[in-house]
Design a protein. Structure first.
Length: 128
């Protein structure tokens, strides 16, 4: 129970810290151009890694991890309750659909006393 409450507390703290980490536009320090830069000069090439947006696969991976973290307490509680419910239910009594006869009638017959089968009569085939 303590482990479940710690996981829930951690998930709540992670969700609550999201808005606190983002800076607002009004709190940023404005950047002014330096005096040495001429306004007509072409802009310097930008870092290609700074502008790379995350791929859809990376975005979905973040949501997958978030879903796993958020659903862990629910999945754990569900598995605990289902195992408890299965242990609580009585095991069904398994009986065969039909019980064999108490004395097996085929045990009383001696196989040496059974006469052999009649030979197959080989005759002309009927043509139809």
């Amino acid at each position: 129970m303590i482990r479940i409450s710690l996981v829930v507390l951690l998930a709540v703290l992670l969700m609550a810290s999201g808005p606190l980490c983002q800076a607002e536009e009004g709190k940023l320090i404005p950047v002014k151009p330096s005096f040495n830069d001429s306004p007509t000069a072409p802009p310097a090439p930008q870092d290609p890694y700074a502008q790379a947006a995350p791929t859809p696969r990376e975005q979905m991976y973040v949501f997958w991890i978030l879903g796993k973290v958020l659903s862990y307490p629910i999945d754990t509680a569900e598995s605990y309750l289902s195992s408890w419910w299965q242990r609580r239910q009585a095991a069904p009594v398994v009986q065969p659909a039909s019980a064999p006869a108490a004395p097996n009638p085929f045990d009383t017959i001696d196989s040496r006393q059974i006469p052999p089968a009649a030979p197959v009569a080989a005759g002309p085939k009927d043509a139809r």
